[in-house]
Design a protein around this ligand. Structure first.
Ligand code: SF4
Ligand code: SF4
Length: 255
């Protein structure tokens, strides 16, 4: 099964229990205005361009038949200033799982497990499930925004040891305004998670004036009850990545 990923982070300590290896799957159905992983939004490989280092030599405008360059219609390897970088690579689930298993041998007893993040891992359900099957002898966790069909979400819960799920905004209209989708589906999936026997953590990013208002936090507290709840600080470092991808960083307009 082929899927697309944009990063693998080793020795992760905030992505589930213990020291973990986190795989970032590319593609997300949401468009949170604060998203700090904009390279995870599109389900396709993308070119990242460091405009500030570009000397305008036009080497990169030459046509190139190299496998890496074909999708972009120009050479991405000839830049003398290393201004161009591709984010996103297609991988086979079995080959990726075999590569991940080899790392476990290096980490030995200190290894906590594998976490799948994104983007949104459930945006590639068949690929995610193939990976979970290949790695089922290990402790498995997913970081999810919860926006998926209920049958897919339920199947995911059953295949995992631990779930990290975002509840970002309690009011559905505000959720749509700031993430691009309403939250009913997410809250229904949260009910499935809450009534399952699987351990989980709820996460809320603390976005000034959007998610961190008293009204929103009180409303989320009501939804999640006594669930374990982490409130994550706002990551303000994403602006440069938006520029490299040629995307508009909407948080700049929110300030
Ligand atoms: S090759 Fe590099 S430095 Fe030259 S124009 Fe392209 S991006 Fe700019
Ligand atoms: S759910 Fe996560 S990856 Fe998707 S847009 Fe929101 S912050 Fe970004």
């Amino acid at each position: 099964m082929t899927g697309i990923i944009f990063d693998i982070k080793e020795m992760a300590v905030h992505d589930g229990p213990g020291i973990r290896t986190t795989v970032f799957l590319k593609g997300c159905p949401l468009r949170c205005v604060w998203c700090h992983n904009p390279e995870g939004l599109s389900p396709k490989p993308q070119l990242m361009y460091k405009k500030a280092s570009c000397i305008g030599c036009a080497q990169c405008m030459k046509k190139c038949e190299h496998e890496d360059c074909k999708a972009f219609g120009r050479c991405i390897h000839s830049c003398p200033e290393n201004c161009l970088e591709v984010t996103g690579k297609y991988v086979d689930s079995k080959e990726l799982a075999d590569e991940l298993k080899r790392q476990v041998e290096i980490l030995g007893d200190s290894f906590g497990g594998f976490t799948f993040s994104g983007g949104e891992p459930l945006a590639q359900p068949a690929f995610l499930f193939a990976l979970l099957e290949e790695l089922k002898e290990y402790h498995l966790c997913v970081e999810t925004c919860g926006y998926a069909d209920a049958d897919v979400f339920q199947k995911m819960i059953e295949k995992l040891d631990f779930v990290i799920m975002d509840i970002k905004i309690a009011d559905s209209q505000r959720h749509r305004a700031y993430t691009g989708v309403p939250n009913e589906k997410i809250l229904e999936n949260f009910s499935l998670l809450k009534s399952s026997k699987k351990p989980y953590t709820v996460r809320t990013p603390q976005i000034p004036g959007i998610t961190d208002t008293k009204e929103n936090l009180d409303a989320i507290q009501k939804i999640i009850g006594d669930s374990r709840w982490e409130r994550l600080p706002f990551n303000e470092m994403a602006g440069a990545k938006y520029e490299m991808l040629g995307l508009d960083y909407k948080m700049q307009n929110e300030k």
